[in-house]
Design a protein around this ligand. Sequence first.
Ligand code: DGL
Length: 310
Amino acid sequence: MNDAPIGIFDSGLGGLTVASEIVRALPHESILYVGDTARCPYGPRSLDDVREFVLQIGSWLAGKRVKMIVIACNTGTAAGLVAAQRTFDVPVIGVVAPGARAAVQATCNRRVGVIATTGTVESGVYSDAVRALDAGATVFSVAAPKFVDIVEQGLHMGPGTVEEWIADSSDVFVRPAFYEIAREYLDPLKRAGVDTLVLGCTHFPLLAPAIGQVMGRKVRLISSAQETAREVAGILGARKWLASKDNVPRHHFFTTDDETEFARLGSVVLRKPIKSAEHLPVSELEAMTIPPMRAEVAAPGLEEEGVACN
Ligand code: DGL
């Protein structure tokens, strides 16, 4: 048993779609969430910059003694998962492998579409992850950065949910713009004949009903949130690190931007009230001492220290 919190982070609010599934699947676990809203979006930034942000936030979470770190951001996963796994002692997972696994399981014609940020698409991380599981699958990736803006705009327009604002009955300005933009991004994927579409950005599940409407009922939409929650449960279960059944879970939320706004908008995404959030200055993250990265050992010999497992 281990009642320490699970550390979860994203560039902002989108990762709360993952946090929401983790809280639902593991109701005894406490979470410590960081939304780097002041530096959002990560999507258009260089992968080197995003990797640095991942290591800063990971170091901050490690300092809070989390038992596991979840990079609930596809762009962060693409840029920094490997570096984070080599840096921190606790298990670190991202959202790309769980999403790719769910897509490979769902597809019948082995034609998989991915919509994500520019950073994620350019990294090729989804094509690699899908093909590592099914070398015969074809992956069609489209960068859909304006969907991030639509979610952010929609959330700031409250009250109500993003789904309500882009629903047919809504006359808010997001709606016509959304369908025009959605067709531009999604029509090439429809023409490519994908039967499965990965929502490769943690903001996108908030647009799922509308994206599904454009893609048609026959296309399966994959959000990695549920699959990631399953992976968290699997890793903690295997280590016997799940929280005890009598643990009273405590959730703490930190944002690098305005804490009142984060709590208000975050409650919509989490689908649970966030009573308060705390401010975490970017300067504190930038001042973090990042632990040295473990050297890459391609094929350790048996005599190598640390290989024996007692
Ligand atoms: N939530 C981020 C992701 O999953 C995208 C938003 C951003 O560009 O920061 O990639």
